[in-house]
Design a protein around this ligand. Structure first.
Ligand code: SF4
Ligand code: SF4
Length: 333
């Protein structure tokens, strides 16, 4: 009810939305948000006073609008950034209105209430900063300090996640709880692997071996096809995409880890991970693999066997327990 009351009564907050080194996929994703629908946010909840992509104004008219917002709403406007900022060659790789992106970001950040770094570009540099990073593409948090910065990574982030961050800022007038990387915990506290509907197949050691095999048709786990779900924090398995229709894994393709820093440089997308941190019970697979000096494939098989043995033992214990319980019950009668 607090959210509804705030959304119905609060003044529209001024917003400036910048586009630097990026492909506009974050905007594309945002305009597909269905809960809440983006038209409601843009037309009723915020005052989107400057955005190179959606605004009708251009040239001087647009620049004047930007400066008017910043001058008349000091400490009140939200600054949303899409794209990384090139700092190489004095920033000349991205200029708008004759000024570098770096200059613009620094000026706008000065009096912003809070900053949201949309997508992997603004949060961690994304493909522009992939090796050898020819333009020295840099995320917002490495250029600006002393301001609340919310990182919303993903290539792009999920539309409802973007809308959710804005709604939180509007409704509660404070930034959402963030993790150590500045990401809202509500959306980035769990791995794609933790909420994946194919996870039972992973645990049972049932893997797709090639994209056109029988296991692919059966919907087995895509780990061996390079799935980065085990090392990727995002809400794809819960919120999904396109109004909750599906997400990459549901469509038969592994997660490429688009919301994690340096994902472009983290090896070929179709080569599976040998090991990864925070693996819990699954560590068994790799430990066994390393101990016998075998390939990871053997580790996975060993993991599957170990997991299955553990499960069988658990099931046997459960059956024993329920049989004993029913004997006791009969005895009581
Ligand atoms: S490895 Fe990928 S497909 Fe398999 S359970 Fe994890 S997230 Fe799902
Ligand atoms: S499933 Fe993985 S690669 Fe795909 S959008 Fe989600 S985080 Fe990005």
């Amino acid at each position: 009810s607090q959210v509804i009351y705030a959304m119905e009564t609060k003044k529209r907050i001024p917003v400036v939305w910048f586009h630097f080194q990026e492909c506009t996929c974050c905007s594309e994703s945002f305009i597909r948000s269905s809960h809440p629908i983006v038209a409601d946010i843009i037309l009723n909840k915020i005052s989107l006073d400057y955005t190179e992509t959606l605004q009708a104004a251009a040239g001087k008219q647009a620049e004047d609008a930007l400066h008017a917002v910043m001058k008349n709403n000091k400490g009140e406007y939200l600054m949303l950034v899409e794209g990384s900022i090139p700092t190489g060659a004095d920033g000349v790789y991205c200029c708008i209105g004759g000024r570098t992106a770096e200059d613009i970001v620094k000026e706008a950040a000065e009096n912003a209430k809070a900053i949201v770094a949309w997508g992997s570009c603004a949060s961690n540099g994304c493909i522009q900063s992939a090796n050898p990073n020819p333009t020295s593409a840099t995320p917002v948090h490495k250029i600006i300090s002393g301001k609340p910065i919310i990182n919303v990574p993903g290539c792009p982030p999920i539309g409802e996640v973007m809308a959710g961050v804005i709604v939180h800022l509007l409704a509660f007038d404070r930034i959402p709880q963030l993790d150590g990387l500045g990401r809202p915990k509500a959306f980035y506290s769990r791995r794609v692997h933790d909420t994946c509907y194919r996870r039972p197949n992973y645990d049972a050691g049932l893997f797709v071996e090639t994209f056109d095999d029988e296991n692919a048709k059966r919907g087995y786990c895509l780990y061996k096809m390079g799935c980065r779900g085990p090392v990727t924090y995002n809400s794809c398995g819960v919120i999904k995409w396109n109004n909750g229709v599906s997400y990459p894994i549901q469509s038969g393709h592994g997660c490429i880890g688009c919301s994690e820093a340096n994902f472009w440089d983290n090896g070929p997308f179709y080569q599976h991970l040998a090991s990864f941190p925070g693996f819990g019970i699954e560590t068994t697979a790799d430990k066994i693999g390393v101990a016998v000096g075998a390939a990871t494939a053997v580790g996975i098989a060993a993991h599957a066997i170990t997991t299955n043995l553990k499960k069988r033992k658990l099931i046997a214990e459960e059956i024993n327990h329920s049989e004993t319980a029913s004997v006791d019950e009969k005895g009581d009668k």
